[in-house]
Ligand binder design. Structure first.
Ligand code: FES
Length: 237
């Protein structure tokens, strides 16, 4: 994410957050400490409306921020997979020596977020955001120290909810919140899967997408090593 986009995102969320807090606080003050308005008794309805509006804003915001962490799919359809035949633009993603063996690392390649996985003298590449809840397969740092998982059995594992993807094809070999992951990760797995089940239990109107606990095939990119550099094939401009 570019610094400008990050700044804009934080500003918008921060402004919304402050506005939500201000609305709820204003509503409480209006209802319980109306001052001069007490004489008119017209303070309760506006106060209730302000609290509901502030609470609604807070709920939308926490949905945006917390949804992915709780394993909920945001209502953004996953982009269609790009077939290999259309990936023809070879671009340098970095030097082989800059990547730790067997440890996925996210890089920007021509503004695209790509996960590079070095395996000895070979390298693989796939979309950097997990197809389950669009969280980074390469982990989060430094504020939320969730680290990338080393490759095991030819698979990349998402450090957030444990989905596993085949290195070469991007196919899902283990869904998120698998019982083994949940028992090994009591907060990210066990606790979140319980919260998710609670949140997804109430019926939702048909226009709102029902949260899914499933991952989808991850986009992969052809990748090769040439003269010590890792090259990735992207779609043409
Ligand atoms: S974001 Fe949930 S498994 Fe990756």
């Amino acid at each position: 994410m570019s610094p400008i986009l990050a700044f804009l995102g934080v500003t918008i969320l921060g402004t919304w957050g402050l506005a939500a807090i201000a609305l709820v606080a204003g509503g409480i003050i209006l209802i319980f400490f109306p001052g001069d308005a007490q004489t008119s008794s017209g303070h309760i309805l506006p106060g209730v409306i302000m609290i509901i509006a502030g609470g609604g804003m807070a709920a939308v915001m926490s949905g945006i921020v917390m949804g992915p962490l709780l394993g909920q799919d945001p209502p953004i359809p996953i982009k269609k997979l790009i077939p290999v035949s259309k990936l023809t633009r070879w671009v340098k993603a970095g030097s082989l020596r800059d990547f730790e063996d067997g440890l996925p690392k996210e890089v920007r390649v021509k503004s695209k977020r790509v996960l590079i996985i070095r395996m000895g003298d070979k390298a693989y590449a796939m979309g950097a955001l997990c197809s389950h809840a669009r969280l980074p397969l390469g982990g989060l740092a430094p504020l939320a120290p969730i680290k990338p998982e080393p490759v095991r059995d030819g698979c990349v594992m998402c450090p957030f909810h444990g989905a596993r993807f085949e290195l070469e094809t991007g196919k899902v070999v283990r869904e998120p919140f698998d019982s083994q992951f949940n028992s090994q990760h009591p907060i990210l797995g066990g606790l979140q899967s319980k919260l998710w089940k609670l949140l997804s239990a109430p019926p939702v109107p048909p226009m709102i997408p029902k949260p899914s606990m499933k991952a989808e095939t991850q986009q992969t990119y052809p990748c090769k090593v040439e003269g010590g550099d890792i090259m990735v094939a992207l779609p043409p401009k």
